[in-house]
Design a protein. Structure first.
Length: 178
């Protein structure tokens, strides 16, 4: 089963660069949202396996969106990817239900963070008995199981596969918000 990742960031060039990076790293299905409200709507509709969420966005910031996502889809891990990283932001994000906080200033860590969170999710699902392919839910069923979405075998690239791919977009591909 292909892993579906939703990126929520109000900066279109950042979303595009992150999308390219993810799509070049693995056969992931990557969806985009431009703010927290859009993220909630798309998450409700698409039931992603993972969400990468920016902190500073219009309409609904990433912290409020993370809290809402945690209530709406508690089995879906969220990674906060922010330019505004501080230890305090990280603590608040973790309290809001975020699995991991990754500073945008250190772009090299986003792929490893995604890999780590997906592998952890897969292990938890396996322990809960929800990751067997024969138990996969029908694509017509909109609700996830209580133990989390049945991902089946995830398409998570190995360290070797990732090292053979381009790890980072060029520095000018990600434009800081102004």
């Amino acid at each position: 089963m292909t892993v579906r990742i939703l990126i929520a960031d109000d900066n279109a060039p950042v979303r595009a660069a992150l999308r390219r990076l993810l799509e070049e790293s693995a056969p992931w299905e990557v969806l985009e949202a431009e703010n927290g409200e859009d993220c909630l709507a798309k998450a409700r509709q698409s039931r992603p396996h993972l969400i990468v969420l920016d902190l500073a966005m219009p309409k609904m910031d990433g912290m409020r969106a993370a809290r809402a996502l945690n209530q709406m889809l508690p089995e879906t891990p969220v990674i906060m990817h922010t330019l505004h990283y501080t230890p305090r932001v990280a603590v608040e994000a973790l309290k809001a239900g975020v699995a991991k906080v990754v500073p945008k200033a250190d772009r090299s860590t986003i792929l490893s963070a995604i890999q780590e969170v997906l592998e952890s999710k897969q292990m938890i699902d396996r322990q809960a008995g929800t990751s067997t392919p024969s138990a996969a839910k029908s694509s017509t069923s909109p609700e996830p199981s209580p133990a989390g979405p049945n991902l089946g075998p995830l398409s998570v690239p190995s360290v070797e596969e990732r090292s053979n791919k381009r790890e980072l977009p060029p520095p000018d591909a990600i434009v800081p918000k102004g």
